[in-house]
Design a protein around this ligand. Structure first.
Ligand SMILES: [Zn+2]
Ligand SMILES: [Zn+2]
Ligand SMILES: [Zn+2]
Length: 424
């Protein structure tokens, strides 16, 4: 808990000269009180705010009357400015009535077409998402499932601003473009989360220009953790009747890869153990149909890699993005995390990247760059002191999300990273 109470509150960040914040705050200020032509705004001189005023004039949000700027009539700008973050809200509409809102940055994720929207025990299905007008239309439905979108995220570095070696890892800070595409969604049965159907969607990608802190984990660190015997792959002997079992499971899953949706063609799909085979005492339990899933060879290879390396990294990413708001005194939604077992941003090494989930960025991840060491130490503290066995929402995330063993991988990874810091 020390990091909570001994933390310097000066780490709390707000960047009033960030262009989008400035523009909307300026507009609200003018609504309250007309701004004189030569007047500054806060600590900013009149020449600094002049370009912003021009934009507001152009957009018809303010107008000039003699030597002062006033708000255009019938606007109430404060209603359009969300204090929590900058993106606007998408209204959820049923029969011309607004029943809720979501941030436009999460709209694709939460209220994509056919998504099930849950609100106060009611279930609604999205019939139309109109991002141009910030509207999602829904209708009431009675269903036995909820939906979970699958997304592909692609991160491009626009401008690397800082880089430093920290022993077993390199830390980076720079401007990035985050491109997210919702590729489809799964229908999951309420309560047991069984996958009922996989639906493909063809939606345009969304782009976010922002700033990010990231670290690349060196191959030596990965090897050191591997040597601890944690990242073993599955054995090949899956017990008797394995052939019959695989046939039955492929049939059950409609000969479709349950991850990407590809239908089996020339090459037989694989059967993968959701909880690794080696974790069970007897093959009967391991081969229980509920633990088996059909995957195409490509997804299976990825799943195994995921099981071995990604689990530990994803779990650590979950942990870091959960901790970061305490250091930065921001909202969890203001940050997002991206993990991959290899990335061009880190010379093909595993990456953990945290970005400002706000267009343009407001300096949160810049601070993380400076807090790199403290963040890793606090993460190890938290995860090793968490009383859970295999991971939980308070540390590395629930087992169902990160897989069995994620917690031990995460601890091992953090220990190696900290042990190899240059000042140790
Ligand atoms: Zn697949
Ligand atoms: Zn497998
Ligand atoms: Zn835990």
């Amino acid at each position: 808990p020390e990091y909570l109470f001994e933390n310097n509150p000066e780490n709390a960040l707000i960047s009033p000269d960030h262009s989008e914040i400035l523009q909307s705050q300026l507009l609200c200020a003018i609504q309250d009180l007309a701004l004189m032509e030569n007047e500054g705004f806060g600590s900013l001189g009149s020449e600094h705010i002049f370009p912003y005023l021009q934009v507001l004039l152009q957009e018809g949000k303010i107008r000039k009357a003699n030597d002062r700027y006033i708000c255009a009539p019938e606007t109430y700008p404060a209603a359009e400015v969300s204090l929590r973050n900058l993106s606007s809200q998408v209204e959820i509409i049923s029969n011309n009535e607004v029943i809720g809102t979501v941030d436009s940055s999460s709209a694709m994720w939460m209220v994509h077409p056919q998504a099930i929207y849950l609100d106060k025990g009611d279930t609604w299905q999205v019939t139309n998402l109109d991002l141009e007008h910030n509207k999602a239309e829904v209708k009431t439905v009675q269903v036995n499932y909820f939906t979970q979108a699958t997304r592909q995220t692609f991160i491009e570095c626009k401008n690397l601003l800082k880089k430093e070696n920290c022993g077993g890892s390199d830390k980076y800070f720079g401007q990035v473009t985050v491109t997210t595409t919702i590729t489809g969604f799964k229908k999951l049965r309420f309560f047991n989360q069984e996958v009922l159907e996989w639906v493909e969607l063809d939606l345009p990608p969304t782009k976010l220009e922002t700033i990010a802190w990231w670290m690349g984990i060196s191959p030596q660190i990965v090897d050191a953790v591997k040597e601890q015997g944690l990242w073993n792959s599955e054995p090949n002997d899956y017990g008797k009747n394995w052939q019959e079992i695989t046939k039955a499971i492929r049939k059950r899953d409609g000969y479709r890869c349950q991850h990407c949706g590809t239908l089996e063609k020339d090459i037989t799909h694989h059967i993968h153990h959701i909880i690794p085979f080696r974790k069970f005492d007897n093959p009967e339990e391991a081969n229980n149909p509920s633990n088996l899933v059909t995957l195409c060879p490509k997804c299976h290879r990825l799943a195994e890699l995921t099981v071995q390396i990604q689990n530990g990294i994803t779990a650590t990413g979950y942990l870091l993005v959960k901790l970061a708001p305490f250091f930065l005194m921001c909202d969890r939604q203001d940050l997002d995390v991206f993990c991959e077992d290899k990335s061009v941003l880190t010379q093909n090494n595993p990456i953990i990247l945290i970005y400002d989930n706000i267009s343009g960025g407001i300096g949160l991840s810049r601070k993380l760059y400076d807090l790199h060491t403290q963040l890793l130490e606090a993460a190890l503290d938290l995860v090793s002191q968490c009383p859970c066995k295999e991971g939980c929402p308070s540390c590395v995330g629930p087992v169902a999300e990160n897989g069995v063993g994620a917690k031990e991988y995460s601890i091992a990874l953090l220990q190696e990273l900290i042990k190899n810091l240059p000042d140790r």
